[in-house]
Design a protein around this ligand. Sequence first.
Ligand code: BES
Ligand code: MN
Ligand code: ZN
Length: 510
Amino acid sequence: MVSLSVAVSAQDPAACAVDALVINVFEGEKVSECTLASLDQKLRGALARLADLGELDGKLYRTTLVPTEGLIAAPRLLLVGSGKRVEFDNNRARNVAGAAVRALLKRPITTAAIWIRGASDGANLAAAVANGAVLATFDPGEYKTKREEPLPRLSRLTILESSVQRAGAAEIGAKRGALIGEAANFARHLANAPGNVLTPEKLAEEAARAASEYGFAIEVLDRAHMAALGMAALLGVAQGSEQPPMTIVMSYRGRGGDGYDLGLIGKGVTFDTGGISIKPAENMYLMKEDMAGAAATIGAMCAIARLGLHVNVLGVVPAVENMPSGHAMRPGDVLTALNGKTIEVLNTDAEGRIILADALCYAQRLGAKRIVDAATLTGAVVVALGHQAVGLLGTPQEWVDQVKDASEKAGERLWQLPLFDEYAQQLKSEIADVANVGGRAAGTITGAMFIRQFVDEGVAWAHLDIAGTAWTEKEEPYLAKGPTGIPLRTFVSLAQALEQGSTQPEGTPE
Ligand code: BES
Ligand code: MN
Ligand code: ZN
């Protein structure tokens, strides 16, 4: 993976001796009347002439590279369209920085400076810019033996601030944003790994390595341990595969003392064939991403520990492979979860909710009272929300709202769906406590209603269905095709919010 170091400086943009200077431009702004005027003077009116040619229209994420002919210290100027000035916020800034870095990575340069105009708040802006820049370095072509882009590549980025005073706060923000970006890239690297490379065992090894590097505790439960505990639901899903299942339990105690302020759970199906209810061949390969929730959970633990947040966080990842075989569970089998509830498996392809049931029971047994799970759970969430938003469901509403708030601050889009009691009727089983599927109607909701059966009274729980958002088939100027890392930023932002309590100032986490 490319490593990009990000720093902050109060230098004059024109004096910055880097390979490329990046500046954002807005729709309809006049070069002579805005903060670009003095730079344009040094460039002898080059920017104004470009604007006259219609090359500076500010179209969102469009990049234009201009040679500076020795008139300023940087030999190249990269202009990045930033849309309408009134719409510009830290999330746009994240994407603008990402678009710039993705454009620069294709060029034979190693250093750049970025001057983002039009947002006021120093630390959070710098965090967003650093975050977008680091996210943009993710290369999904990890398994190619030859690089397509020229070498050397961009390795140092300086965020420019207008004063030394502001630069101090921005520096702290930039460190935070870059660190969260690195954690997200680690999660993307895990989600990108094919099923033959990333087995449950390998996922546990990766988590253990991260735990020792970043300083959180980890315990991995193997099949025998899970059997002794009574996690027969998870083991039922795992029994068709040659790959041994693992439950990865991570614990970070930044507040000290007992209990957990937050429990994170991530679906870790390292490959989902559907089992005996096998999936069609077309696009089945994408089911290597069925552990994206697990990846985000492990990555979030890394970020939370590296940030040293004063919160206690538990992370639980049930990791299995869902395979058909002579050992596999059959449609109609009945499994007993850790809390004693029985599940009739009407469709072996609805496996995520079954392993989450045991993981959720276990997290509660370990003392988690406020829980968020992330799972590539249903194709139905794509029907409901497309690829633009994560499905958000949960109870009580205050907790759902808190999760939603955290996601907004982090620039990840969540959209709530209802959990009306009546939906539970769809999950009635003739012979067991609950069936694992509820028919075609409201598939994302019935998936969540199933998981809800395993949430104890008094426990706050939110479920994030990321099946439509964990992977992007469409390359964006600021985002490579492939795993997105969602909802890692929401997880970290939520931990930050819980650390600061309810009195936090607006927009602190990033
Ligand atoms: N892992 C899939 C869901 C999925 C679909 C993830 C598309 C990513 C992209 C999940 O285990 C699954 O197979 N769900 C079934 C549930 C159905 C059998 C009730 C589905 O959505 O079809
Ligand atoms: Mn499935
Ligand atoms: Zn699945």
